[in-house]
Design a protein around this ligand. Structure first.
Ligand code: ADP
Ligand code: MG
Length: 325
């Protein structure tokens, strides 16, 4: 049974393949949808009453008591900010607001405006107090945006609840963040395609075999607009507060925990191949880049077939790069 619903600013799909009674499946899917709505209510920067909305409103004024879940997610997101040297920065909100990418109100801001917001983007100015379970941003105008990690987190939560409730075979697609449960009912493994960022949704350049794994991609295709022939997309470089230009079309990561992969792919995109591959290897994450020139570069695990990556169709200009290199 399949279900599609809107949350986290994107479409999400859950599919159950286990032979559970129809009604059980249908109830389960409804419960999972409600669970996602609740997580969205807690974590969305767009909702003024969410934990994140309240922290942002109180920036520069006072700390805010938040839910346990939010606190732990902020701690984890801060860890990724730290590990990536700020390439992933959860205080990116002012830059996201400046660009408005993906909501139809986009325009290219003045450089001065970007410079101004870049002074507000600084994860070190988010103070988390574990004892009081509060969060506080130092400066007025600062803001948190968990868009780069929330879908992965939600995917992990939903997958584990589904398994607790007896699902032994299924697949989740939360806006391109894929998580699998067990194997298909015919005993074969789940396969997930990697979107070709330059083609319509559903055009894949490769496939990855997943067994109880997650696959997360950050690319130039998810949200973008084109102005005067230039593509501006939603992955922002916290240093410039402009579209990240790192010579990369997308980066995909595979592993067990979707939240970790989600945080890291955003960072890896911003860092580009030269800095990104060593970071992924250091963090023990398998990653695969699609470069602007069509080359495919990956960490050792991918290259050695840990996730059985296959190239399925040609990429830009027919150049494929070396398989798994
Ligand atoms: P998607 O699946 O929507 O492409 P990503 O995980 O790639 O999601 O994250 C993109 C989102 O993360 C943006 O829409 C924005 O909200 C936020 N973001 C953009 N740049 C950064 C960054 N450098 N660090 C942290 N979050 C970012
Ligand atoms: Mg991400």
């Amino acid at each position: 049974m399949n279900r599609g619903f809107y949350a986290f600013g994107t479409m999400n799909y859950i599919r159950i393949d286990s032979p559970l009674p129809e009604q059980t499946q249908s109830e389960l899917l409804s419960d999972m949808q409600i669970r996602c709505d609740k997580l969205d209510d807690l974590l969305s920067a767009f909702k003024p009453d969410s934990d994140i909305g309240r922290i942002n409103k109180a920036a520069g004024v006072h700390p805010v008591v938040i839910r346990d879940v939010t606190f732990r997610l902020l701690e984890r997101a801060s860890y990724f900010a730290e590990e990536s040297g700020g390439a992933f920065d959860l205080t990116i909100r002012p830059a996201v607001e400046l660009w408005n990418i993906g909501n139809g109100k986009e325009s290219v801001p003045e450089e001065e405006a970007c410079r101004k917001v870049s002074r507000l983007v600084n994860y070190r100015q988010l103070h988390l107090d574990r004892e009081h379970q509060t969060a506080f941003l130092e400066q007025k105008g600062q803001g948190i945006d968990l868009g780069g990690i929330a879908k992965g987190y939600a995917g992990d939560v939903i997958r584990s609840e589904m398994m607790d409730r007896g699902v032994t075979s299924g697949i989740l697609n939360f806006g391109g963040t894929i998580l699998t449960i067990g194997k298909k009912t015919d005993g074969s493994s789940w396969k997930a395609g990697i979107q070709n960022p330059l083609r319509e949704r559903g055009n894949f350049f490769g496939q990855v075999i997943l067994d109880q794994d997650a696959l997360v991609t950050s690319g130039v295709n998810e949200r973008f607009f084109i102005k005067d022939g230039v593509r501006y997309h939603h992955l922002l470089d916290p240093r410039t507060c402009s579209t990240a230009r790192s010579g990369v079309l997308s980066v995909t990561a595979a592993g067990g925990c979707a939240m970790d992969l989600d945080g890291i792919t955003t960072a890896l995109f911003v860092l580009g191949i030269r800095e990104g591959i060593p970071l992924a290897e250091k963090m023990g994450i398998e990653a695969l880049y699609l470069g602007e020139d069509g080359s495919i570069i990956s960490t050792k695990g991918f290259a050695e077939g840990k996730y059985h990556f296959y190239i399925s169709t040609g990429i830009q200009n027919g150049r494929m790069g070396q398989k798994n290199s």
